[in-house]
Design a protein around this ligand. Structure first.
Ligand code: ADP
Length: 295
């Protein structure tokens, strides 16, 4: 199973080029699409989900032309969009039954079984009679996964699913996602590096509509090994460091700025070599297009 995107471009009518010649091959398993806000992730996700058209390029899912054969893709697709509306007074059980019916699960008894097993899977069975409007952010996202799983999709797209979840809700959600990634293609679009480092065996970074990196997270990290140096500085000193060095990130720790730079040679001057991590990979790539510090 494979999703193949070739030379995909999209410019909106206001002149914003959201996708610029993206080519990407996405295999079975959990794939992380990482990029800052405005990178083009949702545009790419909505195009794959057949909800909008590209100007140029092609997408194929196991040989199916996604852009031309939308119905065939929809039958194989589970989609959790960034913002999905829920009818607040309808309970989870009724809503999932309705979605199953729309997705073609005809028999009532079959639907009953399916709905119960999905609610068990996402740990909402005991809350099945509650109105969706009473759900917490984490419960809503887990419900979103349950509805995406109806119909046994071979392609599942989840767009920015962990934004707004607290740490324990996020952990629960990670556990759930990692369970469903086995026999399907799961594309997880996110601006949160931890989502990808926790879950994904393959990834890509996009920024300004362009593909910046594609591969395995650990290969990305290996490519930066020995090139990352860190130093704590005063905030006022940042600009002068930025002039001379390739600053890839800063973190405020107890009032001091922890500066990380990328360099082929040891810059000295109090910088210490540190192990590279996925955040360095992310910032190293996006800093080629945007200033990661003003993001
Ligand atoms: P991301 O999901 O990575 O935040 P988007 O795909 O939502 O990125 O947006 C990419 C760029 O396209 C942004 O500059 C955004 O403002 C612009 N954009 C997105 N949707 C539209 C639209 N319907 N009309 C015009 N511009 C849009």
């Amino acid at each position: 199973m494979e999703l193949k995107i070739q030379n995909l471009s999209k410019t909106y009518s206001n002149g914003v080029q959201a996708l610029n010649n993206i080519s990407l091959t996405i295999p079975q398993g959990m794939f992380g699409l990482l990029g800052p806000n405005g990178a083009g992730k949702s545009t790419l996700m909505r195009t794959i989900a057949t909800l909008q058209d590209a100007d140029k390029g092609s997408i194929s899912l196991d040989g199916i032309n996604v852009l031309e054969n939308k119905q065939a893709v929809r039958e194989r697709l589970g989609y959790l969009p960034q913002d999905f509306g829920l009818y607040p007074r309808i309970n989870a059980e009724v809503m999932l039954d309705h979605i199953s019916q729309m997705k073609g699960v005809g028999k009532k008894s079959e639907r009953k079984e399916l709905v119960a097993s999905l609610l068990q899977k996402v740990n909402l069975f005991q809350h099945r009679k509650k109105g969706l409007g009473t759900y917490s952010g984490g419960m809503r996202q887990r419900f979103g996964i349950a509805q995406a799983l109806v119909g046994n999709p071979s392609l599942i797209i989840v767009d920015e699913p962990t934004a707004g979840l607290d740490p324990s809700e996020r952990n629960r959600f990670y556990n759930l996602l990692s369970e469903i990634g086995e026999n399907t293609i799961v594309i997880l679009s996110t601006h949160i590096v931890e989502d990808v480092s926790t879950l994904c065996s393959q990834m890509a970074i996009i920024c300004g509509g362009e593909l910046m990196m594609e591969g395995k997270p650990h290969d990305g990290i290996a490519s930066l090994e020995g090139k990352i140096y860190a130093k704590a500085i005063q905030k006022e000193e940042l600009d002068s460091y930025k002039q001379d060095l390739q600053v890839i990130s800063t973190k405020l720790v107890e009032g001091e700025l922890n500066l990380r730079i990328e360099s082929d040679t040891n810059p000295g001057n109090g910088f210490e070599p540190v192990p590279a991590d996925l955040e360095d990979v992310y910032f190293s790539h996006i800093s080629k297009k945007v200033d990661p510090i003003t993001l």
